[in-house]
Structures are given as structure tokens and as C-alpha cells.
Design a binder for this molecule. Sequence first.
Ligand code: BES
Ligand code: ZN
Ligand code: ZN
Length: 494
Amino acid sequence: MDLRFQQAPASDWQANTVLLFNFKDEEVTESIPNLSETIPWITITPAIQDAKGEKNQVTVAYGHPSIPLPRAIIVGLGDRKKFTLEVLREAVKTAALKCRELKVDTCAIPVETLDTIDEENTVLVEEAVSSVLIALHTYDEFKTTQKEPAHTPRWMALLSTEEYFPDDIHAAARRGEAAACGVNYTRDLVNAPANAITPAALAEKAEELGKKYHFKRTILGREEIVEAGMGAFLSVAAGSDAEPKFIVLEHAPKGTENDDPIVFVGKGVTFDTGGISLKPSLGMHEMKCDMGGAGAIFGLFEALGNSDIERRVIGITPCTDNMPSSTATHPGDVVKSLDGKTIEVINTDAEGRLILVDALTYAQREYKPAALVNLATLTGACVVALGAHAAAVFSTDDDLSKAITETGTRVGDRYWPMPLWDSYFETLKSDVADMKNVGSREGGAIHAALFLKQFVKEDVSWAHLDIAGPAYNTKGGATGFGVRTLLELVRKGV
Ligand code: BES
Ligand code: ZN
Ligand code: ZN
């Protein structure tokens, strides 16, 4: 869907449907100043009486079809005092889905309608634009018998009466658009089945992104991974004929090439059967989502390609599937990680941490990270702890943890801090190697985090985000969780 900007006297605005938002117990006309000048018919249409402003209440009002703005979709924002950006995102999503249902051809949001909301207009516009684009995105790649694709309006316009369309609002809308592009890119990758998104397919995607947006890329195949000595990563790929890929993308605009980069590392398990420690079959198909961390990094790079952020960013994604076979790692095998530490693989289903530690070592050897952040659908224990609505953040740096949590709240990704106390390492101790890959079941998400921490140098500002809960929903599929957080961390700088 195209994004347009109309700058004209209100009487000249053109769109098939206008999207309006009102607070509870406030008249639509009161919530939105100048409305009667903009859409005179709305003050006399009886439907307006129904728009009580209850959270997500939808009212559709019609003027005469010959009027340039003949229809309004009004969505309630609830209590004004309880307004948050989450409320706006939900309301905008509701409006967008109503546009789909009514097969609206073109829609528009008057920027002035946001003026009465107690938040910067630029922030509101960015959120509104991204929410519409995220709400209307569908994954239809493999549908061949569907009569027609889900309806999407041809364009959405932002309307302003100012003499020139305000530059800051224009930029905010483009930011929202770039963010949504990134989120939707991730959703497509994570929703794709494991026979379509193999490690090799991800390597091709990295090539494509690199060519399109001029990112440097380094891609190691099985032989090079062996040569490099990534024994922990290889132990996960051991059971599969599919070639593992260690993918590095670099965004380094002119002048930033020698800066200390922000380095992101993402778990790219394209399918997690559990390996020899096989998972139960019920629900196993959802383990196509186990490259959600890598997917978020690819989405970040898609968003960076559509932005003009002058910061050096590295994205590292170790990609493999986790399969049982005669060549697969046995429970009890000891493997040697890239940094030399040995690991007793007690459970081959705790594979994410094995591929991540070699990537974390690589990140610290090759770069001097200003911050090192990894994302992974790492543990079921984290889903038990926090459910589907929040990711856990484990960090050695309180400022970084706070930056992630606050940024996440602003863009709609929720994080909750969890501890990294060394006492939890007790159950990770091994009789035969430097450590085991699993600790006791209780506190499983913390054990996984503490395992990763063994591979992070003291002076590195590091955070681990366990996104197993929010990355993928049984009902709605992939969410693109994390993309907007990473994008804003890069924009703001950490
Ligand atoms: N990929 C899973 C974690 C996961 C669970 C992701 C639910 C998304 C939704 C991970 O590799 C895994 O299997 N972890 C095990 C670890 C255990 C063996 C210590 C788990 O959480 O059960
Ligand atoms: Zn697993
Ligand atoms: Zn996994």
C-alpha cells in the first residue's frame, strides 16, 4: 500500500474514507478540533451519536457519495487519562482491518486529529503508519486456491492543512513505513515453512539484501565453519544434510566504517526437532519459528536499507536445522566451542545456546562491539515464565537493559528483566567438560542465559533477549517481535 501526503485546505482533501479516533465520553467533534470545517456532514450524521469512544469501538459514518471524504471510520481510544501508544496501535489496527472488511479503496488520516492527544505528533504518526502496514500484511505465499488476496486499500494519505506538509511529520511517516517493512519482512521469513526457509535460503536472502542496500556480507558454509573451529555450532548441524550457514551482514555508511559497531546475534535454527533428544510431535511444526532471532536481524537490515541511519551495525546469524540422524550429536557428547571451552551436550534440544556461543565468540573476536545483543527463541521455560506477551532481557549492563526495555515499550515490544546471578551456574557444572549445555529444569531460562554469559568478556556491554514467547503465536503466526526495538536502539545509539 502506497503512502501519500496531501497538503491542502480541508475542503480539498480527497479519499474514500477518513480514519478518526475519539476518547471515551468525548464527542467526536470535541476530540477532534476543526472537524466540522473538514467534514461538515459529520456533525449532522446520526451515526456520530454511536461513537462513544469506548476502547476499540468501531463506528462507520456515511456522508453523501459525491462528497470528497464520504465515509468515516471512527475508533474509540478509551479513557483519555489511560492513553498509551499501545492503545493507539490497537485502535489503528482495528481501523485498518475495518478498511479491509469494507473493501475501502483509499483512506486517510488527518494529522490534525492527533493534535489533542498528549504525545508528540511525530510519534503518533510513526505509530499510526506502521500499525496500518503491519495490520494489513498477510502471508499468502503458498495459497493457490484463494479466490483473491485479502483486500488492501490502494493508498493511505496523511492530510494536513498547513501551507507546506510538515517535514517532521513526513519523516515520521517514512520512519513508520520503514519499520513496518522490516517487521513484515521478518514475519514472512518466520512464517515460511522449514522446507522453504533453509539455511541456504537465508544465505540467499542475505545476498539479496546486501546487493539491494549495499551491505557487506560474509557467508561461511560447512567447510569454513569446520575450519574456523566452531565446534558448538557444528554439533547442532551434525545431524543434517542441509548445509549450515554462518551469515554476517554489515551496515556501515560512509564515515562510520571504523566506528565500534552495535553487534546483533540471532538464533537461526530453521527447524528444531530437538535432535536425538526428540521433541514430542504435538506442536512440533511450530518449531519453524526457531529462526525468529535471525529473522528479526534480517528484518532490521531491511528496515535499515529503507532508512538513513548513520551508524555501523553488524548482524550475525548462525543458521542450521536441528535434526536426528546417524550423524547427529549424541546426548553426552563433548564438543569444543570456538573460544576453546568444552561443553557436554546433555540434551540436543538445548541447541540454540550452542550455536549462539560460537557466534558471540566470533562477534568479540572480529569486532569491538559498542554493545552486543543476541536474540533467540531460546527456552520453553521463558514462555512458562512470561507467556506470549513479553520477552526476557538478561544483561550485564543496567543501562543497556534499561534502554532495551524503554525502547521496547515505545515501539510495542515488551521486555522484562531477569537475573544473571552466578549461583545459578551450579547445575551447569559438568564432570567431564567445562560445562553442560543444560542446568536444572527450574529457572531454565536463566540457566540458558548464564550459559551464554560464559562466552562474553567482562568488559563487553551485552544483553540476551529470550523471545520464545512473543516471536510466534499459534493463532496469528509470526509477529516480527524485536525488529522495531533493534531499529530504535540503532537510531538512538547505545
Ligand atoms: N527452540 C526451543 C525453545 C522454544 C520453545 C522456542 C517454545 C519457541 C517456543 C529450544 O531450542 C528448546 O528446545 N529448549 C528446550 C531446552 C531444554 C532442553 C533445556 C526447552 O525449552 O524445553
Ligand atoms: Zn531445542
Ligand atoms: Zn530451538
